[in-house]
Ligand binder design. Structure first.
Ligand code: TYM
Length: 329
């Protein structure tokens, strides 16, 4: 049976990128494989959140996972920091990760460009911690969005290097997984880049109908196609990407035809897009609050998840210690 693992940082509410990039793919798999899903609270520390924000974010994200359909009786649902074995594997794998290859990681370069005042070692070794998350459960498939492709490559390099260096086959090489075929990149509503937590361009699972409509109606567009079959500018292409994720195929075809024949009214497209986003998110939103307020349940889910995750993690760590000779008796 395949093992699946994925996680999301605890840096704020989940947005459509997190949901369609990682979470929904994971939920599709939870009945078919051995599944782990976690809150990457240690990774979040690289940006120095206030302790109280970090704590409340964990509770928010956990409620949002559960409301989205993660079943804690089928999947192992846990907080990264409650499985100390991950941190131990992180230390051990750091011995196999080279400074040069970590410095070349696109996410590291991006972080140091955006935050020159906080280039901490945790940012540099971020992919090694991520590899530890994946390899500690010897995962085969990792549902993630396109932005995590390079991190997955590093996890594969470390798995391969470990197996070769110690002449073992402890780790499978984990593959990024998407339920369709290609990994998805959900664009933001500002006409540029991807939807992100800090970019202010996102729609969150917690947003109400009015907010979603307002955000979508404000999305950047252009002045419209001037001749039939003209190429789409990036803002319009982004709206179509979102539409293709949340709407039925015939809806997408309908608006594409209108675009190609220059009869499209962006206002109509946006109204449809907002309505279709709501179809996915509002049922989740309705459950978030109820779960969030049920602290005993959340606590029980976390304890149960940590225990199961630690059992799995300990087994891997035994093999790793054995292979590296970090075990006297
Ligand atoms: P994070 O918290 O930035 O994002 C969590 C997941 O959401 C996906 N995602 C997107 N997918 C498509 N379009 C978008 N606009 C978009 N924005 C976010 C991400 O690809 C990711 O799958 N390093 C990870 C967290 C992590 C992890 C792991 C993931 C730590 N350890 C082990 C998988 C396995 C991160 O920062 O994701």
């Amino acid at each position: 049976m395949k093992t699946v693992l994925s996680g999301i940082r605890s840096t704020g509410h989940l947005h459509l990128g997190n949901y369609f990039g990682a979470l929904r793919n994971f939920i599709e798999l939870q009945h078919k494989a051995r599944c782990f899903f976690f809150i990457a609270d240690l990774h979040s520390l690289t940006t120095h959140p206030k302790p109280e924000d970090n704590r409340s974010n964990i509770k928010i994200i956990l409620s949002e996972y559960l409301a989205s359909g993660l079943d804690p009786d089928i999947s192992v649902l846990f907080i990264q920091s409650s499985v100390p074995e991950v941190s131990e594997l992180f230390v051990l794998l750091n011995m196999l990760a080279y400074k040069g290859e970590l410095e070349r990681t696109a996410s590291f370069k991006d972080k140091i460009r955006k935050n020159p005042g906080n280039i901490n070692a945790g940012l540099l070794t971020y992919p090694v911690l991520m590899a530890s998350d994946i390899l500690i459960h010897r995962a085969h498939w990792v549902p993630v969005g396109k932005d995590q492709e390079q991190h997955l490559e590093i996890a594969r390099v470390l798995a391969r290097r470990f197996n070769n260096m110690y002449g073992v086959s402890v780790f499978p090489e984990p593959q990024a997984y998407n339920f369709g075929e290609d990994l998805v990149k959900i664009p933001g509503l500002d006409g540029t880049g991807k939807m992100g937590k800090s970019e202010g361009n996102g729609i969150y699972l917690i947003d109400d109908e009015k907010t979603i409509r307002k955000k979508v109606m404000r999305a950047v567009t252009d002045s419209g196609p001037v001749k039939p079959n003209s190429p789409m500018g990036p803002e319009i292409a982004n709206l179509f990407t979102l539409l293709s994720v949340v709407s039925e195929p015939d809806v997408v075809t309908h608006f594409k035809e209108q675009y190609n024949s220059c009869t499209i009214r962006y206002g109509d497209l946006k109204k449809q897009l907002a309505a279709d986003i709501c179809k996915h998110t509002l049922p989740i939103k309705a459950k978030i609050e109820e779960i969030y307020n049920n602290e005993p349940y959340l606590k029980q889910v976390m304890e149960q998840g940590a225990e199961k995750a630690r059992t799995s993690a300990r087994q891997t760590l035994e093999l790793v210690r054995e292979a590296m000779g970090v075990k006297l008796f």
